[in-house]
Design a protein around this ligand. Structure first.
Ligand SMILES: [Zn+2]
Length: 224
């Protein structure tokens, strides 16, 4: 059975400080990335955006992140520009991936379900997700690059770590990292009620994600 909320997406709260909608996970990140692509001058970054289907069911499909679409597309773009295979390898070596998906905010009714030293709050800015089992692809260098980009724009950053003795979800970050060999950071925005018919996030976080992704993209330019 699939439940569907008949109420439209809306801003709620006394000052419209919250957004409630179905599928904030992960249309929020798709929207933010699209905004970055639309507003960043092409000359300032070598930016490629990939939006994949089927992430919630494992990404193994013709249109999911485990399809050959991304590596094949990059190879085709390089071929069209006369970039030979050796230069393609070097370009990927210098390139970075930002995998953006939503993150669980610490639920006020269930704080014991969260890692005690990693409280995540709505409105606290973008979240960098780390996991030693590589459920998230973030490493020290990729986390530092994203956090520095945020600091440059005075954007607060939070760090998510799943409670160590509970099974952790994943993203397409580790999949594309394994396919491309690119340094990857997994980020997202805090939300409550992930995968429910009415998910909730902070209105103020959206601008912060867009700005942080743009700052990261400009700094991560492999041509720079
Ligand atoms: Zn999800």
């Amino acid at each position: 059975m699939s439940c569907f909320d008949t109420a439209p997406a809306q801003c709620v709260g006394r000052h419209s400080e919250l957004i409630t909608s179905a599928r904030l996970d992960n249309l929020t990140s798709c929207f933010a990335a699209t905004q970055v692509l639309a507003t960043t001058p092409p000359s300032s970054t070598g930016l490629l955006m990939a939006l994949f289907d089927h992430e919630e069911v494992g990404s193994v499909s013709a249109t999911g992140a485990q399809s050959p679409l991304l590596p094949d597309l990059i190879a085709a773009l390089c071929d069209a520009r006369g970039i030979d295979q050796q230069a393609q390898f070097e370009l990927l070596e210098r390139s970075s991936v930002c995998s953006a998906d939503m993150a669980h905010a610490t639920h006020p009714n269930y704080p014991e379900r969260h890692e005690p030293q990693h409280p995540i709050r709505l409105g606290g800015g973008p979240v960098v997700k780390v996991n030693v089992n590589q459920r998230y692809a973030t490493d020290a260098a990729s986390a530092a690059a994203f956090i520095l980009a945020c600091q440059d724009r005075e954007i607060p950053v939070q760090t998510y770590s799943h409670r160590a003795d509970l099974a952790c979800g994943s993203t397409i970050g580790p999949i594309s990292a394994a396919q491309l060999g690119c340094s990857t950071v997994d980020v997202g925005l805090a939300m409550l009620g992930m995968h429910s018919i009415s998910e909730t996030m902070a209105t103020s976080d959206l601008e912060l994600l867009i700005s942080s992704l743009q700052g990261w993209a400009i700094q991560a330019d492999p041509r720079g």
